[in-house]
Ligand binder design. Sequence first.
Ligand code: FMN
Length: 337
Amino acid sequence: MPKQKTTKSRKDDHIRICLEEDVEYMKGNGFERYEFLHKALPEVDFQAIDCSTRFLGKRLGYPLFVTGITGGTEQAQKINRNIALACEALGIGFGVGSQRAMLEKPSLIKTYEVRHVAPNTLILGNIGAMQLFEYDIEKIRLMVKNIGADGLAVHLNPAQEMAQDEGDYAWSGVLQKIRNLTALVKFPVLVKEVGTGISGDVARQLALAGVKAIDVSGAGGTSWIKVDSYRSEREMDNFLEWGIPTAEALKDVVSKVKIPVMASGGIRNGIDVAKAIAMGSAVVGFALPVLKPATKSWEAVKERIEQIIFELKTAMLLVGAKNLDQLRRTKLTEKYK
Ligand SMILES: Cc1cc2nc3c(=O)[nH]c(=O)nc-3n(C[C@H](O)[C@H](O)[C@H](O)COP(=O)(O)O)c2cc1C
């Protein structure tokens, strides 16, 4: 892997690397193994397809969620604003990136604040599980309240941390920290990975710890081991493809927990969204596909997501599903074992 050193902040590094370098897994997200049976007699009108749903107490026009990307810098402020405007216009959920920077420097709160441009949007705050050791629960509660978020996404990223020169390598006691958090805050806590996947057994532990939803964020899209390898001295070449493909993580998690599950990680089109819903996910998330559009304008973000929506609705028509409940009852066949 090429190594690059830079003095810019880590957040700017991450954005720049994701915009300029090849940061995705070579292996697929797992959905390529599954196929719908085409229905030549759909008996469905495209215009009448209803994709609305509810997630974490809020209504969504579509079962979609832009997962946490950024915050803390001027460029991040623009990115968050453009994504939030598009999410508000489409009626889908939005997560800000890690709020660690604003915990360290409260004046950075404005780079995460999007509630004024997205008054009706389901917004989730974001913090790394490791920060639960550094900051008390009251600080975390205020961090969520201060940006007017509806809940908090806590990210688990052990593989990414191992790829960083300055990473956190002490991963004992994390579940207890999550348990303490969910016991004391009133807003819902979702736990997510960052593209390496959550297994069914881990999901069960999290559900028992009071977590209200899980984003499996599996392998197949952005690889954080790859991203951090571009800026780190650590030799992680043998881990570049590490992780549970999203479809496999989703299947395992929905078989083991009753709480709502989000599928994300390598979701790049509406057919994969439809497959994820048919496999039991409540909503479907993505990050990298909106990053470049978000550096341009909110209309560019909206356009990118509208293509995904068009593909989702087309897939629904082609399997004869008028709404998400019908899509959830649609069978997928496994192409090979
Ligand atoms: C530029 C960028 C920054 C990200 N920063 C965060 C973050 O701060 N917190 C977090 O939980 N996930 C973060 N993620 C991970 C995404 O939310 C998502 O879990 C992961 O990228 C897999 O989805 P994708 O393949 O659609 O990109 C980031 C992703 C990107 C592309």
